[in-house]
Design a protein around this ligand. Sequence first.
Ligand code: ADP
Ligand code: MG
Length: 318
Amino acid sequence: MLCVYLALSKKISIADLGAVIVLIGQFLQNFTNFINQINGIHGEALSVHSAMGYFGLLAEKREKTLHSVDTVNFKNVSYAYPEEETSAVKNISITLKKGETIAVVGKNGSGKSTLSKLVLGLINPTNGEIKIGNDPMCDVSYETLYKPATAVFQDYVHYAMSVKDNISISNCESPLKADDACQLLKNLGITFVDENSNITMQTELGVEFGGVDLFGGQWQQLAIARAAYREAKIIVLDEPSSALDPLREAELYDTFKKLCENKIGIIITHRLGMCMFADKVLVLDDGEMVEFGTKEELLKNNGIYAQMFQLQQGLYAE
Ligand code: ADP
Ligand code: MG
């Protein structure tokens, strides 16, 4: 406005006015770019942080091999996420044994997934100690630590690969043969992959590269197949039926039971029906282990588990 006034009062020429308007435009554009770059730095820094974490893992010297995977022992274990003041898991002491399946229940945010990451060695306790057999988990090399473990995570990955590769990526050492793959899916009761349907073993999945997209429940069933394909001694199933319809879920109960057989099994679930085949139930509340025992013991205890049980039972009884 000042320049327009100056031009009108003939203190600057029209050419000057034009130049100033162009300069202001350029200045605003560069300034906006500059602000956007600052915004971007934050996002990039997060990626760099992840990458550095990954390289840190590679550089970390952990050379001990694992001797036995018969027990996982938590002694006063707490875990706080980086830069968080409160611990997501607090002072847990428990021993998980081979051949025993533990169901973990509790409200959202009570620390169930964090506990499962601790069992798998994906994160290290900020306090306390975890031992696998007699070996402190934090000394064991990642290679031997991860080898005997398998999991269906709550946020399972949708790999933009073929159906076959989505399953066999959990066990790269033994490529999946077509017959074995069909048998595996048959055992798991997964029927949407079929040579006569539009989704076969070779179908490329994921819209990123022009493949087929699946329903949430179908992706979750592939995640279950992926976990099942890996030979394991420890298995974590973190809400493995959250995206399935009730019929499919009921059909998979037997599968989950079989998957956990003879292993150290952890099954995280909101649905108490799923606790039926667990040997013991662990109730987390705000990161603390508030109840632990058999279903019968917990029902007698009349605590959180009993309340959840009665609530869910009431819904169905009505
Ligand atoms: P649950 O599986 O029982 O829902 P989680 O173990 O996912 O609970 O989370 C426990 C607590 O830790 C929650 O308060 C959650 O907000 C926090 N939390 C989970 N993941 C992270 C993370 N990556 N960074 C910071 N806080 C987290
Ligand atoms: Mg969770």
